[in-house]
Design a protein around this ligand. Structure first.
Ligand code: DHB
Ligand code: FE
Length: 324
């Protein structure tokens, strides 16, 4: 027995009422999008003959995702973040904006307001004794190969257990999060620890969804970047360390061929001494190329809710007030 009621005038009229089309108030775009979304879902219920049990278990799962603030985690797993990147790439191509290091997803774990340094920063607090020392360095250049001095390089990554400070309360404030301004040669350098891959918490609602699809929730070891400079297009990207079992099997679909970077292990005494390190280290080199743009809106990251971002805005406004 398969009933099909979607195309009846009764259901179609009902949808226009639900979407508020017969009301003066509200927001027109919201109404249009909600009407389309509900239409697609109503049709799906008809086409797949969705049972009441299935429907209410989906509602329950959405409640669980929301109550544990996991939509931001599920979003990359369902490919939305990568899909938005594909659209931005297409928008750039259509506007004939080419060149520059490829973008890839921001992920849900950025925190605004990390300490800022010029040229060099140590990112780890020294507490993670399982972490292998990482020497992370690179040069920011424009598309003609000229170094960009004073570029803002924001870097954040996980610890040796795959956890991010702020979200993992066992870590110190802003551990493994820094903003580095490039030196006169466009270079930035960080001393940190090699991150481990990240896994969606086992048994969490995001994991439930992925398991139902026969998928895993693992990411390869990776390092996030925001890079910006006046006159250049803001870049959101990340590097994936080569050789991780998940480098090309990332549940968040962030890997891009150009962004896979090796870690070079060194036990050379002279190399250790020149970096003022106390033992063997792994060097990761990531040069960044920024595309040029005059458009101010392309020089800054897009708006989205981010941890501590409102607090930072308030703090800088207060600092501005204090100066006058
Ligand atoms: C997720 C975690 C990350 O560290 C990341 O970079 C992207 C996505 C996640 O849990 O969805
Ligand atoms: Fe991440």
């Amino acid at each position: 027995m398969t009933v099909k009621i979607f195309d009846t005038p009764e259901v179609q009229d009902f949808l226009t009422t639900v979407a508020g089309f017969d009301q003066d108030g509200g927001n027109e775009r919201t109404k249009q999008i909600m009407h389309r979304l509900l239409s697609d879902l109503y049709r799906l219920i008809d086409d797949f003959d969705v049972s009441e049990e299935e429907y209410w278990s989906a509602v329950n799962l959405l409640n669980a995702l929301g109550s544990q603030t996991q939509f931001g985690l599920l979003s990359p797993g369902l490919g939305f973040d990568h899909y938005l990147d594909m659209r931005q790439d297409a928008i750039d191509a259509e506007a004939k904006r080419s060149g520059g290091t490829p973008r890839t997803i921001e992920g849900p774990l950025y925190v605004a307001g990390a300490p800022q340094a010029e040229g060099f920063a140590r990112m780890d607090d020294g507490q993670d004794t399982d972490g292998e020392t990482m020497w992370l360095t690179g040069q920011v250049r424009d598309v003609e190969g000229n170094p960009v001095a004073g570029a803002k390089v924001e870097i954040w990554h996980a610890n040796s257990k795959g956890g991010y400070s702020f979200f993992d309360q066992t870590q110190s404030e802003y551990n493994l999060r820094r903003t580095i301004l490039t030196d006169s040669e466009g270079r930035y350098t960080a001393r940190s620890i090699i991150p481990s891959g990240y896994g969606v918490p086992v048994g969490a609602p995001t994991d439930v969804v992925l398991k139902a699809l026969g998928r895993h929730g693992e990411r390869p070891a990776h390092i996030h970047y925001f890079v910006s400079a006046p006159g250049h297009q803001h870049l959101t990207t990340q590097i994936n360390l080569a050789g991780d079992p998940y480098t090309f099997d990332d549940f968040a679909f962030a890997t891009r061929e150009e962004l896979v970077v090796p870690a070079r292990r060194s036990e050379d005494a002279a190399e250790i001494a020149s970096r003022q390190l106390d033992g063997p280290f792994a060097e990761v080199v990531f040069d960044v190329e920024l595309a040029k743009t005059d458009a101010p809106e392309l020089q800054v990251r897009h708006k989205r809710p981010r941890a501590m971002e409102d607090e930072q805005d308030q703090a800088s406004q207060l600092a501005g007030t204090a100066r006058v």
